[in-house]
Design a binder for this molecule. Sequence first.
Ligand code: CMC
Length: 425
Amino acid sequence: MSEKKARLSIDGIDEPIELPVYAGSTGPDVVDVRSLVGQGVFTYDPGFVSTAACDSDITYIDGGAGVLLHRGYPIEQLAEKSNFLETCYLLLNGELPAADEREVFENTIRYHTMVDEAIHQFFRGFPRTAHPMAMLCGVVGALSAFYHDNLDIDNSEHRLLAAHRVIAKMPTLAAMCYKHGMGQPFMYPQNSMGFAENFLHMMFGTPCEEPKVSPVLAKAMDTLFLLHADHEQNASTSTVRLAGSTGTNPYACIASGIAALWGPAHGGANEAVLDMLYEIGDESRIEEFIKRAKDKDDPFRLMGFGHRVYKNYDPRATVIRGICDEVLEELGSENDPLLRIAKKLEKIALEDEYFIERKLFPNVDFYSGIILKAIGIPTSMFTVIFATGRTPGWIAHWHEMLSESYRIGRPRQLYKGYTKRDYPG
Ligand code: CMC
């Protein structure tokens, strides 16, 4: 029970309305406004900038300090000491696994990596030129047709089984999106391989050659997945929660998250960063683009800069910057012209008053696109990779929501349309 109270005086309502104030384990207090509807008023918060829509134990962000914790563990420590699958386990179960639990979890994920052969037919129905996100959204939603029958969303074990299935199948489906566009045969997952290694094998392997994946690139890919694993109540995770609050099945929920992630203000930003770097084309044109980003009459924004929550360096961007150097060295592309433009652009923007004043720092997407491009992944696949990494976060939030009492999500509105009027004639 909350001791702290907020009091809200509204013209026309005699007594101030008393509202409970709750403290989380860390972070800002929240004012519980649920009783306001009983007084005939709603709160107004487009973009949910001041609104907490749920309780959660999974991820904590302090945007001012540039802190990101999963179940209390800093992202930098997870990136250095853990790996993607262990982080998935942590997000889903709340604790790091013991050695035997890790082995069981890894085997479970391996066991679920294949997709039904009928899914191959789905892909054949898509045009070769289809955007990989369009295909991913469709086929993930279609998984409901295969796995929904024996799923009781009120049963925690069933929910975990769905979570394992979707985490395991995402890299397989992601690689199929790529292979379909390339006109190459789909590669079956190799259960002897690690998660990211397997993904790169399914992307770049062919049935004509022995599997061969660079351990440096596999490690970089694994860390990229890990850095995207969760980010509390962002647009796509909130979409998954909202869809899940209706009681719909997890595959439909994840498909809705994929759809929300697709936009350039969210998961599409790393693709947009690369497009921007190509458009800049030469270091001599950086100033011109910085000027455009600052011009209020120009819709252009510096892609990969700024964040709704981080008003400091995105801690994931710091890790990614290091990986970027390792990957380019492995591939012998240290002098990549795009990287040179990116580094110079970053330096100029970080010293510019406009960006300093607005606390606009590079975000996770600023460097991830350069790494993915160096690995040989086309820009249209970037958001698919983000979706593969974010899947454990989406499904952990869905699982958490269903483990507690929840209500269907139903925001209200400030109506500004016509009042009642009669149909003419
Ligand atoms: N370039 C130039 N100006 C910017 C930028 C930018 N990238 N981002 C914000 N601003 C300005 C904006 O014009 C506004 O200026 P003013 O106060 O003078 O009107 C001020 O900074 C605040 O911006 P905002 O739009 O109110 O901030 P927001 O929290 O609503 O938007 C954002 C956050 C990420 C959508 C935005 O910073 C942006 O569009 N960035 C570029 C796209 C991008 O990199 N997105 C990836 C986000 S990280 C991945 C993820 O978590 O999904």
